[in-house]
Design a protein around this ligand. Structure first.
Ligand code: BTN
Length: 246
């Protein structure tokens, strides 16, 4: 019995749309909301996600958190691995991951993940995993993007329909979410390393007013970022951290 999905034309944010649905009805794990456009697409750290109509992918996946919200950090990393592996399987070269869950191609951002966590009145918890993928970015909005970016259509070696790419990506995400539930993040640590574009590189972490520098050493079994400085390897955790090359 395949989990269901819905396709909307325009929404504020597919995460918010799915959040409302989850309050109103019992959803199956994996239920997804796709949108053709978003008027208030959200990125991490309060940024907006530019979401023009009809050419990129914007979708959100409902996933229950049987263990409560503490496993959610690992879950978002597992989704990053799912996207990286999927893009790799489409024949795209130079796919990389940046902690916690940004996907790059040849150093340019192609996809981002925004996980919202919810606890309901009955005490159950679920995540809403929002995924934005640049498929074909229209010229007209490209100038508003404040970082180096690329899109799948510029990087994929074959022509592939948008629907097929959407299905492949969602399948990969659902498979990794099931795997994460069954085995935790440990099965993803090595797979993350294979794509980690900061591994063993000098990095700078920015956390509000605070900054620290060191060498990136990948992720631990809980999904924390490992950074080594003169005093040893430190773990960093939390949604407000921005990771940059030194
Ligand atoms: C980031 O890189 O900062 C995360 C971007 C996440 C964007 C997606 S698009 C679908 C879903 N709905 C939203 O409002 N945001 C996520």
């Amino acid at each position: 019995n395949e989990p269901d999905f819905a396709v909307y034309s325009v929404v504020d944010s597919s995460n918010d749309e799915l959040k409302l649905l989850a309050q109103e009805q019992k959803l199956a794990a994996g239920y997804s909301v796709f949108a053709e456009a978003q008027t208030a697409g959200r990125g991490r750290r309060g940024k907006r996600w530019i979401s023009p109509f009809g050419s990129n992918l914007y979708f959100s996946v409902y996933w229950p958190l049987a263990e409560g919200i503490h496993g959610a950090m690992g879950l978002s990393l597992a989704v990053g691995v799912a996207l990286a592996e999927c893009f790799g399987s489409l024949g795209i070269e130079g796919v990389g991951l940046k902690w916690p869950n940004d996907v790059y191609i040849k150093g340019k951002k192609v996809s981002g993940i925004l996980v919202d966590l919810e606890t309901l009145a009955d005490g159950s918890a679920h995540s809403i995993i929002g995924i934005g993928i640049n498929l074909k970015m229209p010229e007209s909005v490209a100038q508003h993007i404040d970082q180096a970016w690329t899109d799948i259509s510029s990087e994929i070696p074959t022509i592939m329909s948008r629907n097929l790419i959407a299905a492949r990506v969602r399948d990969s995400v659902l498979a990794c979410l099931s795997e994460y539930d069954a085995a935790g993040l440990s099965v993803f640590q090595e797979r993350w390393r294979a794509y980690d574009q900061f591994l063993d590189k000098p990095v700078r972490l920015v956390m509000g007013q605070r900054e620290c520098v060191g060498t990136c050493r990948g992720i631990d079994e809980n999904g924390a970022l490992l950074v080594q400085d003169e005093t040893g390897v430190k773990r960093y955790f939390g949604g407000e951290i921005s990771l940059r090359l030194q």
